[in-house]
Design a protein around this ligand. Structure first.
Ligand SMILES: *Cc1c(COP(=O)(O)O)cnc(C)c1O
Length: 372
């Protein structure tokens, strides 16, 4: 079987339209019809298939289709690309139109969008840890995030999926924190998988993109049809940047999860010596048996730490040389985030660490000096 790194570089070779080694950025918003009127199909007659027939770039364009082709090879599932993780999540909500969403710890933006649906459309919300009985059923949505933001720890997807499927609910897994090939949520009961491609697929903190992975081509086609109406296809420039990113996707992600794991182990082993550090959270520190079954090819490239108190937490970013204090994660540059700035549900002594591709010994030395 072809490896992920090979697919990242060659997965769209068959879609090349010119001999350029790097696919050109197609900035055209619209595409010329064929000269032969016999090839024209009226929209009222169903039009032409939406993909592979460039019409208007809100529908699709060469760069977005190249991205989808590569992601489909890397993941093994039909993929739909969006202009961000949030538009991808909104597309999933629109597609399933759940009357109830079960949601637990999750990215604050997704919780915010679920709240907006509650406010605007009356969508009910329960916790993923509530009993699933009369409160959730056929066609409703169970929203899981694993590994979960900001901790980088895993939850048992299969256990939640079994409970969800028993009542006929759909299981969405936000897998942003463990990009492929680290885990495959479909192997553990997911019905649809969300990635903020702004993070690891993009990897350079220079684009916004989102992905939905589904189990069959028919669902993909329906999502593409709705994407046309929602107007949330990825832009051409972002898609071209994302194609650049996919060429090093496997290299970056492997370096990032290995370094994150080394950092988590080091910090955890040295809690007694690092006077400001009180706790380390990372999937590699979890001992429950489901973790090894789920995270088959690595660990989260994100971890979180707790320090002695809020004032200390606020002082850490300024002491670090290589970790930029900024929101977002997944870039080649390491970053930290005092998480309560974005998410009031997180205690003020928590700092999230996104590990980049710098030399891991440099990163460890930097954290050591800041935490003593
Ligand atoms: C960033 C993020 C999102 C939202 O994605 P955008 O690309 O910023 O729209 C959703 N889920 C998780 C876990 C994220 O980290």
């Amino acid at each position: 079987m072809t490896g992920v790194s090979t697919k990242g570089i060659h997965g769209a070779d068959h879609l090349a339209r010119v001999p350029d080694v790097v696919p050109p950025i197609n900035i055209s918003a619209t595409f010329r019809y064929d000269d032969d009127p016999d090839t024209w199909v009226k929209a009222e007659d169903g039009g032409k298939p939406l993909l592979d027939n460039y019409l208007y770039s809100r529908v699709s364009h060469p760069n977005s289709e190249q991205v989808e082709a590569i992601v489909e090879q890397i993941t093994g599932y039909p993929a739909v690309v969006y202009s961000g993780g949030m538009p991808a999540y909104n597309a999933a909500l629109t597609y399933y139109d759940p009357k109830t969403i079960a949601i637990g710890h999750a990215y604050h933006g997704c919780r915010g969008l679920a709240n907006l649906w509650t406010q605007k459309f009356g969508t009910k919300q329960i916790s993923i840890d509530d009993e699933f009985g009369g409160n959730i059923g056929q066609g409703d949505l169970v929203h899981l995030e694993s590994p979960v933001n900001p901790w980088g720890t895993a939850i048992d997807i299969q256990a939640y999926a079994d409970r969800a499927h028993k009542v006929g609910a759909i299981v969405l897994v936000d897998a942003t924190f463990a990009p492929p090939p680290i885990q495959d949520p479909f192997q553990h009961g997911a019905d649809i998988v969300l990635h903020s491609a702004t993070k690891y697929f993009g990897g350079h903190s220079d684009l916004l993109a989102g992905l939905l992975l589904v189990k069959d081509a028919e669902t993909k086609n329906k999502l593409v049809k709705e994407r046309v109406l929602l107007g949330t296809n990825i832009g051409s420039l972002e898609a071209a940047f994302l194609l650049r990113s996919l060429r090093t996707f496997d290299l970056r992600v492997e370096r990032q999860w290995r370094s994150a794991t080394a950092i988590a182990q080091h910090l955890n082993d040295n809690i007694d010596k690092l006077s400001k550090l009180t706790k380390v959270y990372h999937s590699s520190l979890q001992t429950e048996p489901f973790v090894a079954k789920q995270l088959v090819n690595g660990h989260s490239p994100v971890l979180s730490i707790e320090v002695t108190d809020e004032a200390t937490a606020k002082s850490i970013p300024g002491k670090l040389k290589y970790f930029i204090h900024a929101v977002s994660l997944g870039g080649v540059e390491s970053s930290v985030h005092w998480r309560v700035l974005s998410d009031k549900a997180i205690a003020p002594n928590v700092i999230r660490i996104s590990v980049g591709v710098e030399n891991v010994d440099d990163l460890i030395a930097d954290l050591d000096q800041a935490l003593t």
